[in-house]
Design a protein around this ligand. Structure first.
Ligand SMILES: Cc1ncc(COP(=O)(O)O)c(C=O)c1O
Length: 398
């Protein structure tokens, strides 16, 4: 079997938890600021948590905050936690990121903040649009949670924004096994958000650290070759694994973890992972180019366009509406695991029903057509060939 995603964790990540490192959280923030090219960085329990702290620290309440209709649901959740209103903007039929015409049309003096996302590592081109938003007095956040290395003219796209947002949770391009960052250009804003975080957050309790660290170590063990098959069996046939991977993402109540600063062991893992980023990004790029070249496109199956500036976190097959279920069955029958990121358009989710936004029909179509196939830096050549072979056979049995 070939998993959809596999953390790029080595013995160094395992070992570092037990090593003495002075002020790992401060060190991780310093390394992250250097990595992002912004002078200031703050580490939070999640990226969405950082977003909520930022909006609250800016003194915003019940304000319209622009965010893509097609993105992870936790982003609008973070907006709602701060007492503000997510305002969803559709993407286009052919571009996975926000439609810039709609974005401009709907942003004005009633919009203090806009979140521009480079979804799954595909660049949301910052040319012109970012300046136009800034001219309107809008604070621009670049959400690069799934796009750590995405560039524009050789410069990280995040650098075009006022604030950049990165998630470092388990499935992200760099993982600290939970946690997320905001990076800032402006010292005054950084100081405000830092004070807000420090006044409201608290260090994690012993029990919380213990459970998180246990979960990290179980994951580390689970992804070793010799045990992975058993984990997949347990996942498919029991509810044991759900205990560790299930998150409370169904409602807008604020969980306790929002107020917790990540544990030191997480920062230590993050420091090791950050050093691996270039290698991981290089491997992902090579794999994306291989898939793009080798996967046969048809009426039913397509890939999602990307270019050399992009820094993909996932590789998607776009399966024509109505055909996704049989495609999924075909993959499973051949022991290829997949994911559906994301199978919803945010404005259609029940928890966001009270937030009025323009209709987002394109986002709905993307949500119905996407399938993520195995894509991670450690995927072997033979497994990558196997994935292609199985996908290319789909047409024949159709
Ligand atoms: C595009 C995007 N932005 C932001 C986030 C938020 O990350 P976190 O889980 O750290 O809050 C995610 C999480 O999956 C995401 O996919």
């Amino acid at each position: 079997m070939i998993p959809e995603i596999k953390p790029y964790l080595h013995f160094k990540e395992f070992k570092t938890q037990f090593q003495k490192i002075n002020n790992p959280i401060e060190q991780f923030e310093a390394s992250f600021s250097e990595f992002s090219g912004f002078p200031y960085a703050l580490y939070f329990s999640w990226a969405r948590s950082g977003l909520a702290h930022l909006l609250s620290a800016m003194g915003l309440k019940n304000q319209k905050i622009i965010t893509p209709a097609y993105t992870c649901e936790v982003v609008p959740q973070g907006i709602a936690w701060s007492g503000n209103r997510p305002y969803f903007i559709d993407n286009t039929a052919n571009n996975i990121n926000m439609d810039n015409d709609l974005l401009l049309k709907h942003s004005g003096s009633d919009t203090p903040v806009a979140i521009l996302t480079s979804l799954f590592g595909r660049k949301h081109n910052p040319d012109i649009i970012v300046q136009k938003l800034k001219d309107k007095g809008i604070l621009v956040i670049k959400d690069v949670s799934l796009a750590f290395g995405v560039k524009h003219n050789g410069i990280p796209v995040s650098n075009y924004a006022d604030v950049a947002m990165y998630s470092t949770n388990a499935g992200k391009p760099v993982s600290s096994y939970g946690g997320g960052f905001l990076t800032f250009k402006d010292m005054a804003l950084y100081e405000k958000v830092k004070a807000h975080r420090n006044n409201n957050a608290f260090p994690p309790k012993f029990k919380s650290i213990f459970l998180r660290q246990l979960s990290f170590n179980l994951q580390y063990i689970a992804f070793q070759k010799w045990i992975y098959g058993m984990v997949v069996y347990l996942k498919d046939n029991t509810k044991i694994i759900d205990i560790f991977v299930k998150q409370n993402e169904e409602d807008l109540s604020i969980p306790k973890q929002h107020y917790e600063i990540p544990a030191k062991f997480q920062a230590k893992i993050g420091l090791v992972q950050l050093k691996r980023f270039e290698k991981m990004d290089y491997n992902r790029k090579a794999l994306a180019n291989f898939y793009e070249k080798e996967i046969n496109k048809s009426e039913i199956i397509n890939t999602v366009p990307f270019n050399e500036d992009d820094s993909l976190s996932h590789f998607h097959i776009r399966v024509k509406k109505g055909k996704r279920e049989i495609f999924k069955k075909h993959l499973l029958k051949n022991s290829i695991y997949f994911g559906i990121h994301f199978d919803y358009s945010n404005p259609d989710l029940l928890m966001f029903k009270d937030y009025k936004s323009p209709d987002a029909p394109n986002s709905r179509v993307w949500a119905e057509e996407m399938v993520t196939i195995p894509f991670y830096p450690g995927l072997s050549k033979s497994n990558a060939h196997r994935v292609v072979e199985v996908i290319n056979k789909f047409k024949i049995i159709e």
